[in-house]
Write a protein that binds this ligand. Sequence first.
Ligand SMILES: Cc1cc2nc3c(=O)[nH]c(=O)nc-3n(C[C@H](O)[C@H](O)[C@H](O)COP(=O)(O)O)c2cc1C
Length: 182
Amino acid sequence: MKTLILYKSKTGNTKAYAERIGEGIHGDVFPLDKFKWRNLGGYDAIVFGGWIMGNTIQGIDKFLQHWKEMATKNVFVFAVGMSLPTTESRHLLIEQNILDNYHIRFYQFQGSFDMSKLRFPYNLLIANSIRATVNSPGASPEQKALADLKDHPFVFFDNDKVERVLLVLRTLSAELDCKEAK
Ligand SMILES: Cc1cc2nc3c(=O)[nH]c(=O)nc-3n(C[C@H](O)[C@H](O)[C@H](O)COP(=O)(O)O)c2cc1C
């Protein structure tokens, strides 16, 4: 099975996930903006990863513009954000990015967050958002702890979830091999 992995990354976490998936399935990995869509035909599975900003998966709109060319293939989307993936945050991402209009396998990964890697306007946007959350009346201890993020990078890479995605891809690949052998 030929697998294409595209990604949109600001500070490298989504890129790292895309590259790890690419290694695990021997796929071709490209930044979304560098991929030549005329080369899509040869792929059986397509994986897109985008970083999350304000619950919007960056690059997903551009990726889905090509849906018609991908509709008969196995399509995976993963979103990378600093927050802990929960059932609720997953539903919110699906709704806000209108993913349930498409036949897509969707995964949410937790990524690192490092304020020092951000330039204007992203550093300002996130600083304002953290300040508003920390100072909001009734902020929970977890929300108050966000204040630490400004000075202390948060590092996380979810190997287990990568393995879950790879397991699905490898199963599809084995099924395709069986079909082709018949
Ligand atoms: C302006 C801004 C908004 C963000 N909004 C969210 C968000 O809504 N949910 C979330 O989980 N993470 C959010 N993040 C955190 C990033 O998604 C996270 O750091 C991610 O690992 C970045 O991926 P990248 O390294 O591939 O760019 C935000 C970061 C910035 C800078």
